[in-house]
Design a protein around this ligand. Structure first.
Ligand code: NAP
Length: 257
């Protein structure tokens, strides 16, 4: 059993839905104080009130990870409400599909701004408070798409997710003197509201291509994030963990027959 994170202050970006909501739930269940961030204030509050109903300490903040002022506000809120920051889960992300012919410069900028710059801004804003604690944990939610795999329509998304991994490797070296670790989880296809939007046909075909024959759950990802946030993971930094039911393994369709 991992040493408890009870009493730790965690920020989860993109906590109103999907993987972020799962991370917030699992961290709250393990006794952490959760600041859940999303742009839609009603949705963020609904997710956090669900956690409070279970006895957890959780509060919501409406903020855009692509906006520096918002990210500074986010860090201040965690310090004021929860006494500092121990863990940041930089999860917020978007994945609007567009093949190269249709991919506009504006769509490219939006995806890079939320997924890559947003990861950087959230981390940068939290660093002063993390350093004051004398140790800290940053968990970035990347993806298999980009770093390992490709999928038509997601060149911009894949670039943003691979960019996150380039970022953490240097950040890990810079943050090591402060005993702050930074690692990334790389989910495969996880059943979320965002993924549901891609349609039943996509979900069925995707499940068939996964050796474990199911899409991942938000808890599957959250438990990996919890491990990176634990005391036991103190000597792991700049690393990645794939959570995909074996999706990246088959060399061809025949491997699954
Ligand atoms: P989701 O269900 O669409 O939820 C996205 C969350 O992020 C929502 O809470 C959303 O709330 C928030 N968000 C989006 N843009 C934001 C912004 N600019 N500032 C603050 N919050 C923002 O997505 P998901 O599927 O859980 O994906 C979460 C993360 O996992 C993403 O980084 C994604 O790339 C990654 N991932 C997902 C999968 C998958 O299969 N689902 C696989 C690999 C990686 P608001 O819209 O109210 O802001």
């Amino acid at each position: 059993m991992l040493t408890s994170i009870a009493g730790s202050s965690v920020i989860v970006t993109g906590a109103s839905k999907g993987i972020g909501r799962g991370i917030a739930r699992v961290f709250a269940k393990n006794g952490a104080r959760v600041l859940g961030v999303a742009r839609n204030p009603g949705a963020a509050e609904a997710a956090m009130s669900e956690l409070r109903a279970t006895g957890a300490m959780a509060s919501a903040l409406a903020a855009d990870v692509g906006n520096w002022t918002d990210m500074q506000r986010m860090a201040e809120a965690a310090v004021e409400r929860h006494g500092g920051i121990d863990i940041l889960c930089a999860n917020a992300g978007i994945y609007p599909a567009a093949k190269l012919d249709d991919l506009t410069p504006e769509c490219w900028d939006e995806v890079l701004s939320v997924n890559l710059k947003g990861t950087f801004l959230a981390i940068k804003a939290c660093l002063p408070a993390l350093k004051r604690k004398g140790k800290g944990r940053i968990v970035v939610v990347s993806s298999i798409t980009g770093p390992i795999t490709g999928y038509p329509g997601w060149a911009h998304y894949g670039a943003s997710k691979a960019g996150q991994l380039g970022f953490i490797r240097t950040a890990a070296i810079e943050l090591a003197p402060y005993s702050i670790t930074i690692n990334a989880v790389m989910p495969g296809n996880i059943k979320t509201e965002g993924l549901d939007g891609l349609g039943a046909d996509y979900l069925e075909k995707m499940a068939a291509s996964i050796p474990l024959k199911r899409l991942g759950s938000i808890e599957d990802v959250a438990h990996a994030a919890l491990f990176f946030a634990s005391d036991e993971a103190a000597y792991i930094t700049g690393q990645t963990l794939v959570i995909d039911g074996g999706q990246v393994l088959p060399e061809s369709l025949m491997a699954l027959e």
